[in-house]
Design a binder for this molecule. Structure first.
Ligand code: SAJ
Length: 426
């Protein structure tokens, strides 16, 4: 069996490598020559637990290779980005371009699977495009009977940092344009997925993916809204959540400086865009989470202003704990706004960054390590709950003014400035 994976990013590359390990011959297609060269030399261009060893193994055994150009295959898996534009409209042009790329080499009996998070109807749109480009092949659809090509939508649902484990163990939702398409795709996933593979329609599967991430966004928005309300009321939100979660049917998530990453902060807009009138809660949740970032900037500024001569350590830049991914990171947004305002007083501590991210170039802010920050800085804005930060004991934080947006230092005493005004506490 020959499998082609179009798009060698955070999902495509791990998927390609796992399929290769299950014994199939896999060709990874990417538009970047750098990515293609890196993979062909057995290395990886993204950080993900255990991915480097896996890729090296399957490339050296000749099971995975990468190319800029497409070749005939039995299965095509499309894993390209689906960003949103400035006005939050989904952009499916990469998906349609991937379909254009594979169209010339398609043959009867092939399976085409879309994995990219997509607005409802994208798989149908891809089928329509393929039908136009290849009128000689019978594409699936109502009333078509037995089609030459099987087309399905099978969203990934893996968590960065656990991608390889979750690709194998998570249940999969397999949405066929027709039930026959779904069965064909099911046979493919069964080869490397241990979780349950459940078939449905392509449109339902598209919606399932959007709903999962919107559910999480709405729940995080609840926690973030609560944190602002509790702060004004002078109540410790972390304690409130901990206690409320002892109720058998309550499970509140954790507040933070906003929602980052390229999925949860994006996908709900696909639903809002498709039905703005009815997607009221989903839109509001997005706004609440975005607003939390502004709120954190304002509160951090209030604290920094209480200690005018002192350096400020912003702890963490990643979009969440223990990963090196800074895309759409609320921590970067907060720290960059503080850096533009306070310049060289701002020190950035990020164990996962090797150099100063571009957002900070020219601001005067510098990257320093945690030990130096604990020696040099009087004010701390804690933005990411990396394990390294959690492990700083209370006695190393004595005398620091701390704004802890993740609630990992509950024992931090409030520092009162010499002016006597009370500072924001941890
Ligand atoms: N966050 C909070 N509080 C929480 C949980 C998360 O503030 O209690 C923040 C994080 O700090 C981060 C953001 O939300 O900034 C998103 O992090 P995450 O861990 O919730 O999710 P992602 O973006 O890493 O991965 C999500 C997952 N979706 C769900 O859990 C429903 C993953 O399963 C998806 O595969 C992935 O999106 C995707 O690719 O769509």
């Amino acid at each position: 069996q020959q499998v082609s994976v179009i798009g060698l990013g955070y999902i495509g590359l791990p998927t390609a490598a796992l399929i290769a390990r299950s014994g199939a011959k896999v060709l990874g297609i990417d538009v970047s020559a750098h990515v293609v060269d890196t993979v062909n030399s057995g290395r990886v261009h993204i950080e993900e637990v255990d991915l480097d060893g896996l890729v090296q193994g399957v490339v050296s055994r000749g099971l995975l290779r990468a190319s800029l150009t497409v070749e005939p295959s039995d299965v095509f898996v499309i894993a390209v980005p689906t960003p949103v534009s400035e006005d939050n409209a989904p952009d499916i042009s990469y998906v349609l371009n991937a379909a254009r790329t594979i169209a010339p080499v398609l043959k009867a009996g092939d399976t085409v699977i879309l994995e990219s998070t997509s607005p409802v109807g994208t798989t149908d749109a891809m089928r329509d495009l393929l039908r136009t480009l290849r009128p000689d092949l019978k594409m699936p659809g109502a009333g078509v009977g037995s089609a030459d090509i099987a087309i399905a939508y099978c969203p990934e649902r893996v968590l960065p940092g656990r991608i390889l484990v979750e690709l194998i163990d998570n249940d999969r939702c397999i949405g066929g344009i027709t039930p026959r398409c779904a069965r064909k795709a099911l046979g493919f996933y069964r080869q490397f997925v241990r979780g349950a593979c459940i078939t449905t329609s392509a449109r339902a599967a598209e919606m399932v993916k959007l709903v999962e991430n919107s559910f999480r966004d709405v729940n995080i928005a609840f926690a973030n809204e609560l944190s602002v309300i509790a702060e004004r009321a002078g109540i410790d939100v972390w304690e409130v959540i901990r206690l409320a979660n002892r109720h058998p049917r309550v499970n509140i998530l954790q507040p933070g400086p906003g929602v980052g990453g390229h999925c949860i902060a994006v996908d709900p807009w696909f639903i809002v865009h498709s039905d703005p009138e009815n997607a009221r809660l989903i839109r509001t949740a997005r706004e609440v989470n975005d607003h939390k970032t502004d709120h954190v900037v304002a509160k951090a500024s209030d604290l920094i202003d209480l200690f005018p001569g002192e350096d400020v350590a912003c702890l963490g830049l990643a979009f969440k704990a223990n990963i090196d991914d800074f895309r759409e990171s609320p921590a970067v947004k907060v720290a960059a706004r503080l850096a533009r305002r306070y310049g060289r007083r701002i020190k950035l501590v990020e164990p996962y960054a090797r150099e100063l991210p571009v957002d900070f170039v020219g601001t005067g802010a510098e990257l320093i390590d945690l030990d130096s920050a604990l020696e040099r800085c009087g004010v701390f804005v804690l933005l990411v709950d990396h394990d390294m930060f959690k492990s700083v004991p209370a006695d190393e934080r004595v005398g620091k003014a701390v704004y802890d947006t993740r609630g990992i230092w509950p024992d931090q005493p409030v520092r009162v400035p010499e002016s006597g005004l009370r500072a924001v506490g941890g």
